[in-house]
Design a protein around this ligand. Structure first.
Ligand SMILES: [Mn+2]
Length: 320
């Protein structure tokens, strides 16, 4: 699999709604020189409450291109001196003009499963890190499934477990990906760490426990962050690491546009400390940042998402 063969599945960044590539800089980075490949999946199909995550890639591209500097202040490094980033664009999603009927959802998911798998395969073949910008959290399922052969520790930042068995009559949807990743044996529950959780039903909590998932809920982060930092450092030593980041892990006032903001959330300093605790001997193999929204021209969430991506990518991993 080659990236050239994938060309036709993408809308190039300049032709997306944003009109910019991620963190556009004067000297363009070639795919050849890039270590991280960005791509957007602007899907908002099964979300039920706030609807705006289809504009996530747009929010991130626009703020990263127009507002944020590429110098990562606390890491004292320019992001491009640490890691080359190439933006592939958005996966084309053919929208049905019918309302959201179930067969449409299923066929869209089948299509995305195939396309996301192809991007991940190409990334692995060429030793690059796929960075998926959502879109609703369902899209993470396709990427993690494909990368699960690398046996990563999966670090999942979220207000929600996303571990329901079904929701509104749907199996795979934005509240269920982690249930199916474990249930279908793509990742062992013991390899999943959920951080910042503060909304789940009792069934999800039981499922997480029976799967052997490690949880540091929002109160654990608030009350005993040092336990989390030392745990993360230890379990990621010499391991492959995958990060799935739902922007709603941040506290409600930080995320004005996401679909299901929750109080009692984390602040950016806590997130930065948690990211820094990942072992330097680990290898980042993939990343997704999902549920970023854009409403009323409010780009605050896009800035936060961009700066979070910069922190994750500027962290020192083994192969960088
Ligand atoms: Mn969430």
């Amino acid at each position: 699999m080659d990236f050239d063969e994938l060309d036709k599945i993408f809308i190039i960044p300049e032709k997306t709604k944003s009109g910019y590539g991620f963190a556009d800089i004067p000297q363009p980075i070639t795919l050849d020189k890039a270590k991280a490949v960005f791509y957007g999946v602007p899907l908002d199909l099964t979300t039920t409450f706030g609807k705006s995550t289809a504009r996530g890639p747009e929010a991130v591209r626009t703020t990263s291109a127009l507002q944020t500097e590429t110098y990562v202040f606390d890491e004292k490094v320019d992001i491009y001196d640490r890691i080359g980033i190439y933006d592939l664009g958005d996966i084309k999603i053919h929208r049905s003009n019918k309302d959201k009927k179930k067969p449409h959802i299923e066929s869209t998911f089948r299509y995305l499963d195939e396309k996301v798998s192809s991007v991940c395969k190409a990334a692995l073949d060429f030793n690059k890190i796929p960075v998926l910008l959502g879109g609703e959290h369902t899209v993470s399922y396709f990427q993690i499934k494909e990368l699960s052969k690398e046996n990563p520790i999966v670090i999942h930042f979220d207000a929600h477990r996303d571990m329901k068995e079904e929701y509104g009559g749907l199996k795979l949807c934005h509240t269920t990906p982690f249930y199916y990743l474990i249930k279908e044996d793509h990742i062992p529950g013991e390899n999943l760490v959920q951080i910042g959780i503060r909304q789940a039903d009792s069934y999800e909590n039981e499922v997480a426990k029976s799967f052997g998932v490690t949880t540091f809920d929002a109160w654990d982060v608030h009350d005993r962050i040092n336990d989390l930092l030392s745990h993360l450092k230890k379990i990621t030593e010499n391991k492959n690491v995958y990060i799935s980041f739902d922007i709603d892990v941040y506290d409600l006032p930080y995320v004005p546009c996401t679909g299901t903001p929750e109080p009692f959330g984390l602040d950016p300093f806590q997130i930065a400390r948690i990211i820094k605790s990942i072992s330097n001997s680990s290898t980042l193999i993939g990343l997704d940042l999902v549920e970023v929204g854009l409403k009323n021209n409010d780009f605050r969430e896009g800035v936060l998402a961009t700066q979070t991506l910069f922190r994750i990518l500027a962290h020192r991993y083994k192969t960088m």
